[in-house]
Ligand binder design. Sequence first.
Ligand SMILES: C[S@@+](CC[C@H](N)C(=O)[O-])C[C@H]1O[C@@H](n2cnc3c(N)ncnc32)[C@H](O)[C@@H]1O
Length: 350
Amino acid sequence: MDAAEYGRMVDMYTASGAVASAIALAKDLGVLEILYKSEVPLTSQDIADKGQLKERYVRELVSALVTGGVVQVDSTSTLFHINAEFKPVLREKSIFTRMVPYFGEKYGSILKCCTKDGPAGVRYSEHPVLFDMMDEMRAETQNQLLDRDVLPVVPKLQERLNSGIDVAEIGCANGTLILNLCARYPASHFTGSDVVESVLDIARSRASDRGISNSEFITLNVCHIPDSPKKHYDWIFLRDVVHDLPDPEGCLSGIYRMLRPGGYFSMLDFGLQGSLHDNVGKVGISYMYASSTFICLPESYQEQQSAALGPCFGVGKARELLLKAGFVLVHEHHSGWNEGEVHFVCQRPE
Ligand SMILES: C[S@@+](CC[C@H](N)C(=O)[O-])C[C@H]1O[C@@H](n2cnc3c(N)ncnc32)[C@H](O)[C@@H]1O
C-alpha cells in the first residue's frame, strides 16, 4: 500500500465522519448561519458572542471545520469566514450531516436489529425526528425537483394539471411536495397519503395555514390497497417509498388499480447503476448503503416478511417490478442535478 492509499483509508475510516459531526454541530448551534450572514470575517469570540456560545468550544469547532476545508481562516489563524461560492453548497448539503446525530440516536436499536435474535426492524415513527430532517432536506430543493425532474417529464402533465385532474401522492410524509403542487395547480385535486397518521396531521395543518383547499390527507398502507379501490386518479406519484416497503410488488399492483386507464404513475427513487463491484470506491453509494442499514431496511420490516430492497436495489430491478405490475414504462428520466435520482414515468394502458 502506498502513502496516498493509506491516507485515503485513514480519511475515510476516521476523519470524514468526524468532520460531518463537526458540521452537524456547527449547523445546530447556529455557527454556520452566523458565518453565512456575516459580511466580514469573524473571530471565534465574535461568533461566540453572536450565538450566545462558549468561545473555547467555538474555537475548537471552527478549527475542525477549517482543517476540514469547510470554513476558511486568514494567515493570523484568528479570522474565520466561508467563501461566497461555498455558501450555497454548504447550506444545501450540510442538512445531510443531521444524519450523524440521528444514526447515533438509533445506533443501539440498529445494533440489536442486526443480531440473529434481535427485532426485525425499527419504524420511522419510533424516531420521528427523521420526518423533520427529510422535510428540511426536501424543502431546499423541492422547486428544482418539480421544475426539472417531475413536471416536464410526464407527457402533457402541466396542461392537464392546469385544466384539473385527480392526483395522489403515496408516502407523502409532512406533505412538502404535494402542498407545493396544490398551490401551483388550484384546478386539480390532490390526495396525500401515508401510513403514519402524525405526519398527515402536520400536512393538514400546513394546508390550512396556507389557505389550501384542494387537498386532502388520508391514512393508507400502500401494501394493502383493496382489490377495488374507492377512488381513482389520473396521476399518482411517490418518491423514495418503494424501497422502504415490505411488499413492493403488492404496492405497485395496488397503485395500478388506483389509476384510471391511461393514467400516469411516477416512481422517483434512487437508481443504482451497475453491480456492487462496479461501484467500488464511490463514497456517495456507500452513504446510500449506510443510510439503508440505519433507516430503510429497518423500516421495511414492518411486516413479518419483507422484500427488504433497500435504496440500492438498482434500475434493472425497478424496471422488472414496474413491468410485472402491468405498467408501460414510458420514459426513464435521470436527474441532471440530483445524482442518482431516477424518475420512472409509467402509464396504465387505456
Ligand atoms: C423515505 S420517506 C419519503 C417521504 C417523502 N416521499 C419524501 O420524499 O420526502 C418514506 C415514506 O413512506 C412512508 N411509508 C412507509 N411505509 C409505508 C406504507 N406501507 N404505506 C404507505 N406509506 C408508507 C413513510 O411513513 C415515509 O413517510
